[in-house]
Design a protein around this ligand. Sequence first.
Ligand SMILES: Nc1nc2c(ncn2[C@@H]2O[C@H](COP(=O)(O)OP(=O)(O)O)[C@@H](O)[C@H]2O)c(=O)[nH]1
Ligand SMILES: [Mg+2]
Length: 198
Amino acid sequence: MTLETSRTPGRRRHGGTAVKIVVTGPFSAGKTTLIRTISEITVQSTEQDITDDTRSRKAATTVAMDFGRITLDRDLVLYLFGTPGHERFDFMWEILGERMLGYILLVDSSRAESLAEAVVILVAFRRMARVPFVLALNRADGLDPADEQHVRAVLELDGETAVMPCDATNRESVKAVLLAVLYGAVGSLDDVFEPARA
Ligand SMILES: Nc1nc2c(ncn2[C@@H]2O[C@H](COP(=O)(O)OP(=O)(O)O)[C@@H](O)[C@H]2O)c(=O)[nH]1
Ligand SMILES: [Mg+2]
């Protein structure tokens, strides 16, 4: 039996490696949109009509998860899991976070509450797994140093953690965020590329 750590990337049946990246963040940050933008398969979402007071922002919400896939090269496939935003579904975080290589914490930079909500989510994720993550600011036109400093202070980010603007509807922008997560996880990626060197 092989003992696997929580960061051991999975081996795929036809060679190569599959790694799991989680997309988390507050309700309506753009998580489902981000995964739909980049996924090469139709995103499996478990959306349900919203009946409560957040309905004015959108009509459907992710209740369990989104699931997407992107093949970076023949030997490396990323599986993307989007978490539900509403806190009443936070029991799903632990399940989705299992064996992830890293995660994206996505915040809607056009709404101040989004950053405040992200604080609670980040506390839970940090407690759950010490894996690298990237803070992506959706709907941000660039990022001025004062805004970045504010975000870093509110979320208590260290200098290692990348903070980057993002457009969840734009493929190149989403790809840049995913690559930043992979670069952050470069120690684990050495394991991923081991078979290619052998
Ligand atoms: N203009 C714009 N709208 C976005 C962007 N990302 C998400 N949206 C919209 O914002 C709403 C919430 O996005 P969604 O992906 O469902 O958020 P989730 O709750 O985090 O999964 C949807 O109506 C999206 O179409 C973006 O980058 N730009
Ligand atoms: Mg969603």
